[in-house]
Ligand binder design. Structure first.
Ligand code: ADP
Ligand code: MG
Length: 264
């Protein structure tokens, strides 16, 4: 296999009963790139990510992560991957300090060094004041910051981030972008999900646009921009059209206008 390919997905399918959450998708993610899964709610982004991590088993298709198979090598993949899940942290009864110590011990990292690095990240994300406060008491955004820090302490080669910017303030978004940039400069790879085109445009080198479990558009941001230009549209319009959101958006806007003008 090509050394530069970190994630390779082929004809992947995952059904929940009648729901075709992932319905035959294929893509590669290379070293040194930020690859985005962009799609509306329910498009299949989280399901794809869980399949990559071996948290769900596919119905069909193949996945290779750093030449490993998630169904067999889940532990090895986890040791070389940093994952930020969509749901809030599970270790709510710990403080960030305890959590980072716990991570250092299970990942066999130097305790002192890890604690120092974690605190530096906390500081740069404006969250150091919560270092010894129970995770359960933190806001969504601050929980998200703790999760992001937890995912990078072991210097993984691959970062898999499921809507990591949700709930973050503008300054923290900038810091997370910086963390992603540094990870890429160090030769890492990032798979990133978002439902916001603007975020994809800002962060990703290449994206796959997902709708109802299928890839409806894939390419570099430059390619997609050129194609949009060609159609005389902007990227946001192309995204809304590809994901069949354009008609519903227009209707919603019409209804909103009507209700705000007292139904006249
Ligand atoms: N555990 C599950 N059981 C049943 N349906 C599920 C489950 N997880 C996801 N789905 C369904 O699969 C589809 C894709 O969901 P998801 O991957 O979470 O989308 P996204 O992350 O893009 O919002 C949705 O229709 C969702 O309701
Ligand atoms: Mg999701």
């Amino acid at each position: 296999m090509n050394d530069n390919i970190v994630i390779s997905v082929s004809e992947l399918k995952k059904f929940f009963g009648d729901v075709k959450a992932v319905n035959g998708i294929s893509f590669n993610v290379k070293k040194g790139e930020v690859f985005g899964l962009l799609g509306p709610n329910g498009a299949g982004k989280t399901t794809t990510i869980k399949l990559l991590l071996g948290l769900l088993e596919p119905n069909e298709g193949t996945i290779k992560i750093m030449d490993l198979n998630p169904e067999i090598d889940e532990v090895q993949i986890k040791s070389r991957t940093g994952y930020v899940s969509e749901e809030p942290l599970i270790f709510k009864s710990l403080t960030p300090k305890d959590l980072f110590n716990f991570i250092a011990s299970i990942r066999k990292l130097n305790a002192e060094e890890t604690s120092k690095r974690a605190q530096e990240y906390m500081e740069s994300l404006g969250a150091l004041e919560y270092y010894e406060q129970l995770v359960a008491t933190l806001s969504h955004g601050n929980k998200q910051k703790i999760q992001i820090i937890s995912s990078i302490l072991h210097d993984p080669e691959l970062l898999i981030l499921d809507e990591p910017l949700s709930g973050l303030d503008a300054k923290s978004v900038k810091v997370v972008k910086e963390i992603i940039d540094i990870h890429i400069e160090n030769g890492g790879a990032v798979l990133f999900s978002t439902h916001i085109m603007e975020i994809a445009e800002d962060l990703c080198d290449r994206i796959a646009i997902l709708n109802q479990g299928k890839i409806v558009g894939i390419g570099s941001m430059d390619d997609l921009r050129q194609q949009a230009d060609h159609l005389g549209a902007n990227l946001e319009d192309v995204f809304l059209r590809l994901t069949e959101q354009d008609v519903s958006v227009n209707e919603i806007v019409k209804k909103l206008r009507k209700s705000f003008s007292g139904g006249n």
